[in-house]
Design a binder for this molecule. Structure first.
Ligand SMILES: Cc1ncc(COP(=O)(O)O)c(C=O)c1O
Length: 411
């Protein structure tokens, strides 16, 4: 039987139910049509990409921004900009999206997954430090779900070992850590403006940095295909570059939607924290903890269940929550990257490049058990994508659904 392909955008989402609004259709910024018309009327000469890049950089107080067709490509572009050697290691979050590490694989860097802190989806200095070797070059911090990692100890650790910090801000745009914006704490940060993200384009992504030399390498290698102009000759490709330019129409929709973003994040935060408070009153339901030094963006909402308090599994609990009206509620084991990226395991087993080239004393373990905290967290954690469309009355409906399912299955 033919295998089913992964779905994207609206097709990947369940529709709204009679109880709750769905993530799609998305609200579009008031200037979307004006910007799209500008592209058509300019005969494709509009500078909308530069304006989008300038705006994202301005919002984050960064000097440079390079647009991309998605965060997968923004991270790929960032990897192209790193002058690491094949076989060099990048310590990465174990809970994330395939796009987090895809660029590393294409550059033949080796992802090394640090475990999450218990009960969370985030890596920490404590879980990263034991993995640092003489081949480690960078740390990829994914601010997963919308909550930033505990960055100060990670920054101190990176400085001690001369490591680059890359932030993945796809789910956490405008979240803060000790008052600093996600994406402004490392050397470079990547964003997604995918249609399901809080600031949607049809697709879209970007990299921001203050490092001019890095910006130049990323631009040359990821946008200009590694080519410089040679007088009297033309393009000379001095690097195995690529062409991951952001489409004009994506830049137009994302720029227009950036205008809505602060309000959308505030609305998400208001309703999600209301639900946190209500769920805390249900025995056996554990809302995701937000440390006092951070703000959570709530791209995704989730809570854990205490398995000892229920007769059913987390999967059955989630299926009942979904069928009662919170469409899309589910357990997401596939977020565990060392388990879901099966070709890494196969490449290790067959000794395929670059796994044959780092020091042979290292053994590479790409299994669920390599990150037990992350694995255990995902076993009892139930999540769905949050939306700025939720209002107070929807929060009450969600609380009632979860409460009903909890009482029905109580041990
Ligand atoms: C944390 C994270 N990183 C990377 C990506 C990849 O982003 P894109 O879909 O824009 O390529 C996603 C998308 O879901 C994500 O959530």
């Amino acid at each position: 039987m033919a295998k089913e392909h992964a779905k994207f955008g609206a097709a990947a989402y369940k529709k709204e139910t009679d109880k709750l609004p769905g993530v799609f259709p998305r609200e579009m910024g008031p200037k979307t049509m004006e910007y799209l018309r500008e592209i058509v009327e300019s005969g494709l000469t509009s500078n909308i990409i530069s304006r989008f890049e300038a705006e994202l950089a301005r919002m984050h107080g960064r000097r440079f921004c390079i647009g991309a067709p998605g965060c997968t490509q923004a991270l790929f572009a960032t990897m192209l900009g790193m002058d690491f050697e094949p076989g060099d290691e990048i310590i990465a979050s174990p809970i994330g999206d395939y796009g987090c590490t895809a660029g590393m694989h294409f550059c033949n860097y080796v992802p090394v997954f640090a475990d999450a802190e218990p009960g969370t989806a985030l890596i920490s200095a404590r879980t990263i430090e034991p993995l640092i070797t003489d081949r480690t070059r960078a740390i990829l911090c994914v601010h997963m779900l919308g909550l930033p990692c505990d960055m100060d100890p990670i920054i101190a650790l990176a400085r001690r070992h001369n490591l680059v910090i890359i932030e993945d801000v796809c789910q956490a745009i405008l979240s803060t850590y000790k008052g600093r914006l996600a994406g402004t704490m490392g050397d470079v940060a990547c964003f997604s403006f995918d249609s399901e993200k809080t600031c949607p384009g049809d697709v879209g992504g970007a990299t921001i940095t203050d490092d001019e030399a890095l910006r130049e390498r990323i631009y040359n290698r990821a946008i200009a295909r590694g080519a410089y102009m040679e007088p009297g000759f033309g393009r000379v490709h001095s690097f195995q570059g690529f062409a991951t330019r952001m489409p004009l129409c994506s830049a137009a929709t994302v720029l227009a939607n950036l205008e809505l973003l602060p309000d959308h994040v505030a609305r998400r935060r208001r309703t999600a924290t209301m639900l946190d408070d209500l769920l805390r009153e249900i025995p056996g339901i554990i809302p995701y903890e937000v440390p006092a030094d951070r703000t959570h963006h709530y791209w995704m909402y989730g809570f854990s269940i205490d398995p000892a308090q229920f007769r059913c599994s987390a999967d059955e609990f989630a299926a009942q929550v979904d069928s009662e009206g919170i469409a899309g509620a589910g357990v997401a084991r596939y977020y565990l990257l060392p388990a879901s990226i099966s070709f890494l395991r196969e490449n290790v087993e067959s000794g395929r490049y670059p796994f044959c080239c780092p020091p042979s004393s290292r053994t590479w373990d790409y299994t669920a058990d390599s990150c037990p905290n992350a694995r255990d967290f995902l076993e009892t954690w139930i999540r769905w994508t949050w939306t700025e469309k939720y209002e107070e009355r929807h929060v009450g409906i969600m609380r009632d659904i979860i409460g009903r399912v909890a009482e029905r299955n109580r041990a």
